[in-house]
Ligand binder design. Structure first.
Ligand code: NAD
Length: 445
């Protein structure tokens, strides 16, 4: 039996997919309302394919849900932690939920079990988890502590779970600072057991390393992706000044196999629940250790100015913005998710409202979440075309497929002015010129 603490994007995907592999799984969460939905087979967020896996495994009785963490641990051989680690005070990661799960484990694991943490935690945290468990145990009981960072992407979580690019396991061992009392160094048996739990085939690169290395790998991977994106965005600014076209430039660069094409899209800056937070936490870990991450600070700065560029573009094109009507297509930080955590759309809409614009938004999945943030300050459309009515401009912020091939003739008919500020470079500038749109992409002079 496996219990998975935290039934959010990562925990629910993990629980449902492990059940689909044939394990008996209990999902544990503090949010009773969320669990009631899950028990009825409903996923409370948007993730393609997850609902089917959830329903199937509930029906086949491999997957259940509870708020009772103590009983779940008692029944389980393996306990996984996938609770949130948001940015907390002083820009450090808030570890309170992870440490709460560690305490519950300590108090309820009466015999030897494995504790696998999947939440993203800063370097040194796994040692703190070990100490917390040892301190809270009523009497010493050996346990195996593993840090198994998660790399799934919202929108393709199932594929990433079943076919990961690589898997990383941080284990107690010679590279870790200390071994838990009475726990032997990780042996082949532990590694084989982890391979069996996650059904890792010889085709998937699996790295078994120290806790600290695994912790650094997770943050460094996201910081590197963020670096690529800020690099391309800065290059896009340069292209605008120099008369270049960022799309052709990144095409040309990406064919170099050392560079590649992925994470090379210019746009409105990166957002989401991971990249901005993980970048900040890595910078903060550096500060604590008196290491100045100068590259990462620049990455952050470049990202912060991207949303402002779009609003500036609107100002130079439309003149005074007060009272003008703007339609926004796309709110989620990327397509195929409803996640709005750190979505650039929030900052952009705040700025539009500050300029007293009338803002009409539409997103295929994230509208409800946006309502919770902006309430009646903006208006919400049922479909893409309804928000265009009488609009002075369209801002395209998320490249959902339905926005990529719209009915341009219909758009022109309903908009007051055929002006598109495209934050995702989804249209062809020549075609837009031929259709007589005023079209402003990113980095394409
Ligand atoms: P989330 O906010 O979607 O879900 C967290 C869940 O944990 C919530 O349902 C919450 O109610 C529950 N929870 C909080 N305290 C709890 C407790 N004490 N016991 C049981 N449940 C509790 O978070 P997420 O996006 O799934 O992220 C989880 C972790 O995985 C974070 O550390 C995040 O950085 C990391 N991560 C996320 C992604 C992603 O794409 N979302 C990708 C890789 C890694």
């Amino acid at each position: 039996m496996i219990s998975v603490f935290g039934c959010g994007y990562v925990g629910l995907t993990t629980a449902a997919c492990l059940a689909d592999m044939g394990h008996a799984v209990i999902g544990v969460d503090v949010d009773e309302k969320k669990l009631n939905l899950l028990r009825r087979g409903r996923v409370p967020f948007f993730e393609p394919g997850l609902q089917d896996v959830l329903k199937r495994n509930i029906a086949e009785k491999r997957l259940s849900f509870t708020t009772k963490g103590d009983a779940a641990i008692d029944k389980s051989d393996i306990v996984m932690c996938a609770v949130a680690t948001p940015q907390g005070k002083r820009r450090q990661a808030d570890l309170s939920a992870v440490l709460q799960v560690a305490k519950t484990f300590a108090l309820n694991a009466a015999k030897e079990k494995i504790f696998i943490n999947k939440s993203t935690v800063p370097v040194g945290t796994t040692e703190i988890i070990r100490q917390t468990i040892e301190k809270k145990q009523p009497k010493p009981v050996p346990f195996t502590l593993v840090y198994h960072p998660e790399f799934l992407r919202e929108g393709s979580a199932l594929q990433d779970f079943f076919k990961p690019d690589r898997v990383i396991f941080g284990l107690a061992g010679p590279d870790s600072i200390a071994l838990p009392n009475g726990v032997p160094a990780p042996d082949e048996k532990t590694k084989q057991r982890l391979r069996r739990i996650f059904k890792i085939t010889s085709k998937t690169p699996a790295l078994f390393t120290s806790y600290r290395n695994a912790e650094i790998i997770k943050y460094a991977s996201n910081a590197f992706l963020a670096t690529r994106l800020s690099f391309v965005n800065e290059l896009a600014e340069f292209c605008e000044a120099a008369g270049g076209d960022i799309e052709d430039v990144v095409q040309g660069m990406g064919h170099d196999q050392r560079i590649g094409h992925r994470y090379m899209r210019a746009g409105i800056g990166f957002g989401g629940s991971c990249l901005p937070k993980d970048l900040q936490v890595l910078i903060s870990s550096g500060n604590t250790l008196k290491h100045d991450f100068s590259i990462l600070k620049a990455v952050q700065q470049v990202n912060k100015r991207q949303p402002q560029r779009l609003v500036r573009r609107m100002k130079t094109t439309l003149g005074p913005l007060r009272g003008k009507r703007v339609a926004v297509w796309g709110l989620a930080f990327k397509p195929d998710t409803d996640d709005l955590r750190d979505a650039p759309s929030i900052q952009i809409v705040e700025q539009l409202l500050r300029h007293k614009m009338r803002v009409h938004v539409y997103d295929p999945a994230a509208t409800d979440g946006f309502k919770k943030i902006f309430g009646a300050k903006v208006s919400y459309g049922e479909d893409a075309y309804s928000v265009l009515r009488d609009a002075d401009a369209l801002l395209l912020l998320t490249e959902w497929p339905e926005f990529c091939k719209p009915d341009f003739a219909k758009m022109k008919r309903v908009m007051r002015r055929p002006l598109i500020v495209d934050g995702r470079n989804v249209y062809n500038p020549q075609k837009m010129a031929a259709l007589q749109f005023q079209y402003y992409p990113v980095g394409r002079a």
